[in-house]
Design a protein around this ligand. Structure first.
Ligand code: SF4
Length: 331
């Protein structure tokens, strides 16, 4: 690890000013410290934000919930309001990492975690995300964990988290403070970027911006599921994950909101799939059509070809469970 200066921010404005001047914000540090040890990231200054007053979970006037940026993943998943109204969020958080990491990891840090592409973590390998213009080791290399949707010829990395996939399905938003004191709210589904020609940018945060909170809309009810398929049953990143919030009425799907993890550079939402399902009678033919639509244009890179049929099977299984249908059921 290279030497760095340590500063402690006493307020959001100070944190933003230090970040604007090149400081790297740190809270739990569960990803950043690993990156620094490997010299993937070498910030000259770390700005500790743990004293900022962003640790509350508060109800909103519209029935939603505001989760402070520094709320630990453990605290969020254990909160009775979260478990009652947005169980999908609690399930996704508990599907990730370990007890110890969830105790340290924060809401904002989880959103901003970086890809787990092996080449990104090895400074001896080419990687356009770590060193723009150096190439992409994964394109012609070992790409079992890489993207099948939304990738570019510059980068095929995936966003690795679980929490943000649930937040995307729940139509949550990220509240962000700018260095000039103004605030903006960005839907989680638009917070992370696709790689395009600038894979070094993971999300839409601008220099000096500080995440204040995540807001959830009022509970939509229905069945909420998070299914994560991975190499082993704990402490592993997803190969495919599906977050689903589905409400049934009179034998039809009254509302469907789906998001997918580990398929792309961001939590993947396809509004066409939600629209296809909403209002329809559930059954295998419908689910197959939804999978076809989702995977239209999906591209395997060799080692990750299996993700295409795995995504299909996982989606169908989640939809069967969410709608109470059995294999072979037809609308
Ligand atoms: Fe780097 Fe992206 Fe290529 Fe991985 S996939 S080596 S993160 S450019």
């Amino acid at each position: 690890m290279r030497p760095f200066e340590y500063r402690r921010a006493e307020g959001v404005e100070q944190a933003g000013a230090l970040a604007l001047a090149g400081g790297r914000l740190i809270a739990g540090g569960t990803n950043l410290l690993d990156l620094m040890k490997l010299q993937v990231e070498t910030p000259a200054q770390l700005v500790d934000v743990n004293r900022l007053p962003l640790r509350e979970i508060e109800p909103l006037a519209d029935g939603g919930l505001r989760i402070g940026a520094l709320v630990s993943n453990s605290a969020c998943a254990a909160d009775p309001r979260v478990r009652a109204g947005w169980p999908l969020l609690a399930r996704a958080i508990l599907a990730g990492a370990t007890f110890q990491l969830r105790n340290k990891a924060t809401t904002a840090g989880n959103l901003c975690q970086r890809t787990r592409c092996h080449y990104f973590y090895n400074p001896d390998q080419p990687c356009n995300k770590r060193a723009p213009g150096s190439g992409c080791g994964a394109l012609g290399g070992f790409n079992r964990i890489h993207a099948i949707l939304g990738a570019s010829d510059q980068c095929i990395a995936t966003y690795p988290g679980d929490m943000a996939v649930a937040l995307a399905a729940l139509d949550a938003a990220v509240v962000i403070a700018a260095p000039d004191g103004s605030q903006r709210s960005v839907p989680v589904r638009g917070f992370h970027r696709l790689p395009g020609d600038t894979p070094e940018k993971d999300n839409v945060l601008e220099p000096g911006e500080v995440i204040l909170a995540v807001t959830l809309p009022p509970p939509a009810g229905g069945t909420q599921l998070y299914r994560k398929v991975r190499e082993r049953s704990s402490y592993a990143f997803a190969l495919v994950s599906v977050a689903a919030a589905v409400r049934m009425e009179g034998g039809r799907i009254a509302q469907a909101s789906l998001a997918f993890g580990a398929l792309a550079h961001r939590p993947w939402r396809d509004p066409r799939v939600d629209a296809l399902l909403t209002g329809a009678r559930p059954g295998d033919a419908l689910f197959a059509e939804a999978a076809d639509l989702l995977l239209e244009g999906a591209q395997g890179r060799g080692h990750n070809d299996f993700k295409i049929p795995l995504t299909r099977r996982t989606l169908v299984a989640v939809l069967r469970e969410a709608t109470g249908t059995q294999p072979g059921d037809q609308a």
